[in-house]
Design a protein around this ligand. Structure first.
Ligand SMILES: [Zn+2]
Length: 141
């Protein structure tokens, strides 16, 4: 299906994140020292540089902070996907993460739209987090 597309590398810093997504769980790193919550996964806190981090399950819900619709595929592997919308989602827990939007026409996307995560298993090793409109706040054109 999408086997030819580039896939993110999994390393020791990000393994828990990918394993969580594989199980249908979005894990965020919480810093025990300063309380910061971060995406993406790192060996240290991006705020205080401390190393005392723990994973906590996130709600998987958030709000579209910004978006851009891609009409020209970045490479040949994506030619069947355009147009698609890249979204910067502000998670309910605070941090923002980049993803793509599904189940919504590009011209219906609005900043402030409530979204929820969907788990797109693209290979046995990689499940990508994508977002779709929250059913309760979906707008019909
Ligand atoms: Zn910290």
């Amino acid at each position: 299906m999408s086997g030819a597309k580039p896939l993110p590398p999994v390393d020791d810093d990000t393994r828990a994140w990918w394993e969580g997504l594989h199980r249908g769980v979005l894990l965020l790193q919480h810093c025990r020292a300063c309380g910061s919550v971060q995406v993406y996964q790192r060996a240290m806190c991006g705020c205080c540089l401390g190393g005392d981090l723990e994973h906590r399950e996130a709600s998987g819900e958030g709000t579209i902070y910004s978006f851009s619709t891609v009409y020209r595929p970045p490479s040949a592997e994506f030619k069947d996907d355009v147009p698609y919308t890249v979204v910067l989602v502000e998670l309910s827990e605070g941090p923002r993460m980049l993803s793509t939007l599904v189940d919504m026409a590009p011209d219906a996307v609005r900043i402030g739209q409530r979204v929820q995560i969907v788990y797109d298993r693209v290979t046995e090793a990689i499940t990508l987090p994508r977002f779709r409109p929250l059913a309760s706040s979906a707008t019909t054109p």
